[in-house]
Design a protein around this ligand. Structure first.
Ligand SMILES: [Zn+2]
Ligand SMILES: [Zn+2]
Length: 294
């Protein structure tokens, strides 16, 4: 009698604790949006990052996954995450295209190798490896040599993600099939393919492998991605702004506060409520970037 009373007490306590945990989780999931791919360390945000993040908060953003394109941004995203703890979450990655404007060129292994120790040094701080990937746009990567070098840099960073047990935040342009095949061959399980523009059949191979996909505000201007978004199950979709790029207006700076545009567009294409998109995409983001929960 005494023992069963004790067991009942523990079962009750356990249920109470579980109910509390579930309550906390649904609370985060129901009310917040997560920008899974933005460039907060970009020069465009240097002057007014406080205001940008305040507007994001007001727009309902609960967390931002801040990716990098080059090693010069690594310390910057770490600093941002320390300044805005629990709001800005940093990633390290070397983008397949380096430089800017006239200097934009395909990546070399030298753009990554000297900085490998930083991935180890900040392994406890970073939530993903990214932005990494492949960009085979002909005017940037026209030769087999350039493309092979990009693949080499991509594979090295996929290996780092496995070693550090972190998800990857991936860019893929004119290289959809190679990107997904390379990730599958390396046994990558946790991945976000941002602004994916490949064929729906190739995207579905990614879905089969467990990958997620996200789309920035710019895609809502045309119907080009509608077919792709319709086919990808909502359980494999996340939200992103890719700020400061890929906003609604080409020459106007994009910012995380615009995230509802993505949410509403996905809802429209799928014929469901934006509340449902918000809730499920946030659950997906928390599953994928599991360090956001801590
Ligand atoms: Zn990208
Ligand atoms: Zn990006």
């Amino acid at each position: 009698m005494k023992t069963s009373g004790l067991i009942t007490h523990f079962v009750y306590k356990f249920k109470q604790k579980r109910a509390k945990i579930i309550f906390i989780n649904t609370n985060i999931m129901a009310r917040g949006l997560i920008d899974c791919h933005c460039h907060l360390s970009a020069n465009e945000f240097t002057q007014d990052i406080d205001d940008v993040l305040l507007r994001a908060k007001r727009a309902g953003v609960k967390a931002l996954v801040a990716v990098t394109e080059g090693a010069s941004e690594f310390e910057k995203v770490i600093l941002l995450s320390k300044t805005y703890p629990g709001f800005v979450f940093p990633c390290f990655g070397i983008h397949p295209l380096q430089g800017s404007g006239q200097d934009l060129h395909s990546v070399n292994i030298q753009d990554l190798e000297p900085f490998l120790p930083l991935f180890q040094k900040y392994r406890a701080d970073i939530v993903a490896v990214g932005e990494i990937g492949l960009d085979f746009t002909p005017w940037f990567a026209n030769t087999t040599q350039e493309r092979d070098e990009q693949i080499k840099v991509f594979i090295k960073q996929l290996e780092i993600s496995k070693e550090l047990d972190l998800p990857v935040n991936v860019h893929s342009r004119s290289a959809a099939k190679v990107t997904i095949d390379t990730m599958k061959e390396l046994g990558i399980r946790q991945a976000l393919l941002h602004n994916f523009a490949g064929k729906p059949s190739v995207a579905m191979e990614g879905v089969q492998a467990g990958f997620c996909f996200s789309f920035p505000p710019a895609v809502s201007k045309t119907e080009q991605r509608a077919k792709l978004i319709r086919q990808i199950p909502l359980e494999h979709i996340c939200l992103e702004t890719d700020s400061p790029a890929l906003g609604i207006e080409k020459h106007v700076r994009n910012e995380p506060g615009n995230i509802m545009i993505c949410c509403e567009y996905i809802a429209k294409v799928k014929g469901i409520s934006s509340d449902a998109v918000m809730e499920v995409t946030t659950q997906n983001a928390l599953r994928l970037f599991s360090k956001l929960k801590s």
